[in-house]
Design a protein around this ligand. Sequence first.
Ligand code: ATP
Length: 214
Amino acid sequence: MGGVGEADARNGRRRLGLFGGTFDPPHIGHLWLAETAREQLQLEAVLFLPTGSPPHKQNCQVTAVSHRLAMLQQAIHENPHFCIDMTDIERPLPHTTVTLLPQLKQLYADADLWWLIGSDSLRDLPTWNDPEQIIQQCRLGVLPRPAVDIDWETLETAVPGIKTAVDWLDGPQLHISSTIIRRWAYNGHSLRYLVGTAVADYIQTHQLYKPVNG
Ligand code: ATP
């Protein structure tokens, strides 16, 4: 854990990871991204920022915030470097990253910030609101996801400066997503080891992601 101390010695600032997501449900891919970012970017902490109403999922059915929050608490509680930040969920709509960052920069004024994403989110960044403004406010910590190719020329044209705003995270890629897990649960399969034990129990107890009359 020498990283944080080194960072303090370098510029006197803390290093924090910001991890926004729907977390419907939180799974080992999310935890792996957060942990690998914590280690490789020498972050003091990773703040999980569940979104109340994801702008890019307006046409999808998203599980109630209360369930997603409860599962996220269960998912991260064993890691002292992980915590939940309620800023996004508690603010008025719309929940865009570009408007969230100024609030977080004010809240954590003594920290350098990394917005953590999978490479699918990096590829799709041009569809986000004002991505140029996003990368002026923080760096991006990006973990590759399987079968996601980045066309750097197109991306740099759409979001000038993106190439130098990214810190790549190295490590095994997990072919897992919340969508895959919801489908797996819907079909009646065990979620053990795809999500934490407590999260799997929660999903079972509350009969989440099951056919309505199943
Ligand atoms: P869904 O399948 O419902 O779209 P998701 O699994 O992609 O969900 P989100 O909560 O929407 O999860 O994503 C939050 C962030 O986590 C995104 O930046 C996404 O790229 C990243 N992420 C999710 N799963 C992985 C994974 N297996 N590897 C790397 N990054 C991931």
